[in-house]
Design a protein around this ligand. Structure first.
Ligand code: DQA
Length: 160
């Protein structure tokens, strides 16, 4: 199983940026932990970070036919980006949106996520551990999709 991990603007500054909100872990440390747990469950992870909306749209489009699911923290673009929301809807893959902080506990402008409308589910407020939770959820969802597809193929083969 292959999962794309997509990080939005300013998440490359984790560890240095507003530690009282996002904690001390750097993005690379978060990715290292995810890689270790991915290896245990046989999940391959592809990491990507960009501060540019168009690059994130391009990366999401590339996911079609190349990965099984997307784990994304669109960061500030969650609250503004119709383009990223459209791209997530376009590729039709399982998506989990992660926020390190609890966006519902913060400023009003953060309490609405456009991109979440294109996500299977959202994890918000559990710190960097949220990425791990999102990974577990996506692994389960992809396994269920693959099992359902296999059952359908078998039923079709028997009917022929
Ligand atoms: C964030 C929350 C967003 O509102 C903010 O713009 C971020 C990080 C989070 O992970 O908590 O950059 O997505």
């Amino acid at each position: 199983m292959k999962i794309a991990v997509i990080q939005g603007p300013n998440l490359n500054m984790l560890g240095a940026r507003e530690q009282h909100i996002y904690g001390p872990m750097t993005m690379d440390q978060i990715h290292d932990q995810m890689k270790a747990s991915g290896e245990q469950s046989g999940t391959e992870l592809e990491f990507f970070q960009s501060n540019l909306e168009g690059e994130i749209v391009d990366r999401i489009q590339e996911c079609m036919g190349t990965v099984d699911a997307i784990l994304i923290n669109p960061a500030a673009y969650s609250h503004t980006s119709i383009a990223i929301t459209d791209a997530l809807n376009a590729v039709g893959l399982p998506v989990v949106e992660v926020h390190i902080s609890n966006i519902y506990k913060r400023e009003e402008f953060r309490q609405k996520s456009l991109t979440a409308t294109a996500s299977t589910g959202v994890v918000t407020g559990f710190g960097p551990f949220g990425y791990h939770m999102g990974l577990i959820a996506l692994t389960q969802i992809v396994n269920e999709v693959q099992a359902a597809n296999a059952a359908q193929e078998e039923a079709q083969a028997q009917a022929e």
